[in-house]
Design a protein around this ligand. Structure first.
Ligand SMILES: [Zn+2]
Length: 64
């Protein structure tokens, strides 16, 4: 059984394991919490955010 946590921002349940954004559900919620989301001066287009997350398990539709 996998450990699940609720995202502090949107309260969505997410898997703890293999979640690089924990305890948040996604990069978006983490960036919002850090206050950097509005700056748009970071890059999310590199491949590094695709290698460690199994999106089939995390169901992160709001990552788009
Ligand atoms: Zn969230």
């Amino acid at each position: 059984m996998s450990t699940k946590v609720k995202c502090p921002k949107c309260k969505k349940e997410v898997l703890w394991e293999n979640n690089k954004w924990r305890p948040f559900c996604s990069e978006r919620c983490k960036m919002i919490d850090l206050g950097t989301w509005a700056k748009e001066d970071y890059c999310i287009s590199d491949d590094s955010d695709h290698v460690t997350i199994d999106k089939g398990n995390l169901d992160q539709e709001d990552i788009v």
